[in-house]
Design a protein around this ligand. Structure first.
Ligand code: LR7
Ligand code: MN
Length: 543
């Protein structure tokens, strides 16, 4: 007898978490200005869907873990686990192996059940019989054993076998011993799992390319190596590709807590966006847009950019688009590159609410960067900006990356092939992208006056932050809010003075503000409710 999986509202309640509060480098305060265009999801974009007959069979609620072997195991059904305080030392000791609770993860079954967090009607939605098959590609470097296994089991257990061609694990030159023979041996139980080993560390972008190069499925599905696919996750993605091969569907990315390993569902109607300087974030589709378009919680949500790690794409289409720029190193920026490329060259990115995958969000990358992390990411972003942003690349450089314009400081490498690819594909302009795909983005090309902060460098030791009228031409009144969350001027950042309540230009650390009594600003402990401690950057300017 199969016991049906508990839904979120029954015996196993699921915590809800707002995506905006936790993802990487996210600007928390998102003000969405409505476009005057009456588009679904705010955008017009590419309308290329050919007409196809509707699907005929229900999504298989296929899940070998519906009645788990060990219903009383720790973390079963995605429940939070509170460890006794006496385990703190062990938890801390193992934390850095993955930058999450590795000690706890190792005790949770590798095939645990998770709550079915899909909107109610997803289980009834219809898909086609003849969907294309997919290769699932996981790249990893020094991934934690239990999370890597849980990722693989979730795909094996929750994907209809005829649609899962294979799983390719690309080992990006991991250094851990357990990822060698022990992994080979474990995976040899599963004929669908293949392991590709890279001799040298390539970074996730070229590792994905190596996986794609040997994939046999018609569709490529990329996933991070610390995820858990939810019930029925695959068919809704493949259905979109089937309907239109230029659609690039992403699952809703839910949250597996890095502390208690619980599976948490996220808010509905979230889309992926970016802010300058190419910082990824989530933003809700505004309420009135949802109402006006009569959007259901199961409708695909068109996204200006994808988070990066989890998506399906028609394999031939991926190569038609020139795949990823292979000049991108290690981590970062490739989500911007593929997003701009998809939209500007005739495709579409969507989040599919009926497809849900949990991901462990970590505070830090647990692996080493072969070169400096910040420089690596900056260089990747500069490559993307140079190829795709046209005149808007000044906005990118203007938000904290002026130093990248100095070719002596950084060598971003050769871009001839990327630029030619864009010409060959006859891709649209970035202006078109902003107007049609992301019309609510605040992108002033030139903005002049306004109030801003200024800090006089002469008062280096005893500086207060005053709020005079901005004179754009004065260099030391120009600050940028960078993706490192610093308020930065050239090489210096606004930070606290050692002595306490003042500000100074110092090495880059975080800072707070307090109520303006006169026109100076002091440091106070952070109070979430205080409007005087929130900073908004409203004036952008380009030389
Ligand atoms: O050198 C590397 N080689 C690798 O194989 C570095 C990483 N990797 C692997 C790594 O083991 C992992 O499986 O690549 C995968 C992604 O790396 P993470 O988990 O460190 O990345 P992330 O989750 O912090 O970052 C997000 O942004 C990245 C930018 O390059 C990638 O696009 C990630 O796939 C992406 N993750 C997601 O989209 C999940 C949701 C996060 C959000 C928002
Ligand atoms: Mn990840």
């Amino acid at each position: 007898v199969k016991v049906s999986q508990p839904r979120a509202d029954e015996a196993h309640p699921v915590k809800t978490i707002s995506q905006q509060t936790l993802v990487k480098d996210v600007d928390r305060k998102e003000e969405v200005k409505l476009s005057s265009k009456p588009d679904v999801n705010l955008m017009s974009g590419n309308h290329s869907s050919p007409v196809r007959k509707p699907g005929v069979h229900k999504v298989l609620s296929l899940d070998a873990t519906n009645s788990p072997r060990d219903p009383n195991a720790v973390g079963q059904f995605g429940q939070a686990v509170i460890l006794p305080g006496s385990k703190d030392a062990e938890v801390m000791k193992r934390w850095d192996e993955g930058h999450f609770n590795v000690y706890l993860s190792d005790q949770i079954p590798v095939d645990r059940a998770v709550p079915d967090t899909r909107p109610e009607s997803c289980a009834q939605s219809l898909v086609h019989d003849d969907l294309p098959s997919t290769t699932v590609i996981f790249c990893f470097v020094d991934e934690v054993w239990s999370t890597l296994l849980r990722s693989v089991h979730s795909v094996l257990n929750r994907s209809p076998p005829h649609l899962l061609k294979e799983i390719i694990l690309v080992d990006d030159a991991s250094t851990k011993d357990y990822l060698k023979e022990q992994l080979d041996k474990y995976m040899s139980q599963f004929p669908k799992v293949r392991i590709v080993r890279l001799k040298e560390r390539q970074g996730l972008i070229r590792a994905r390319l190596a996986g794609a190069a040997v994939a046999k499925g018609e569709v490529l599905t990329f996933l991070d190596s610390h995820i858990e696919c939810n019930v029925g996750w695959l068919e809704p993605l493949l259905e979109r590709v089937y309907l239109d091969r230029k659609k690039v569907p992403c699952p809703v990315i839910e949250v597996i807590s890095d502390k208690d390993m619980s599976y948490m569902l996220v808010d509905n109607f979230q889309r992926g966006i970016f802010k300058w300087p190419l910082v990824f974030g989530w933003s809700p589709v505004p309420e009135n847009v949802i109402k006006k378009n009569n959007m259901k919680d199961t409708d695909p949500i068109r996204c200006p950019v994808m988070a990066g790690g989890l998506f399906s794409i028609d394999k031939k289409y991926f190569y038609e688009l020139g795949a990823y720029d292979p000049g991108l190193d290690v981590w970062g920026g490739e989500n911007m590159e593929i997003s701009f490329k998809i939209w500007m060259c005739g495709g579409e990115i969507e989040i599919i609410p009926c497809s849900r995958v949990g991901h462990i969000f970590r505070g830090q990358n647990p692996y080493k960067f072969p070169k400096d992390r910040q420089k690596t990411v900056e260089r990747n972003l500069a490559r993307v900006a140079e190829v795709w942003l046209d005149e808007y690349k000044d906005l990118f450089y203007g938000h904290g990356y002026q130093h990248l314009l100095d070719k002596k400081v950084i060598n971003i490498g050769n871009l001839t092939e990327q630029i030619e690819l864009r010409k060959r594909l006859k891709c649209k302009s970035f202006k078109w992208y902003l107007e049609n795909v992301f019309p609510d983005m605040d992108t002033p090309v030139v903005k002049a006056e306004g109030l801003t902060t200024s800090l006089n460098k002469q008062h280096h030791k005893d500086a207060t932050l005053t709020l005079p009228v901005l004179f754009l031409l004065i260099q030391n009144q120009q600050f940028n809010y960078t993706w490192m969350k610093n308020i930065r001027q050239q090489n210096l950042c606004i930070g606290s003075q050692n002595s306490g309540s003042g500000f100074a230009l110092t090495l880059c650390i975080n800072c707070n503000s307090s109520e303006p009594q006169d026109d100076s600003v002091r440091l106070r402990p952070c109070q979430p409710s205080s409007v005087f401690q929130k900073w908004e950057f409203t004036h952008y300017y380009v030389k």
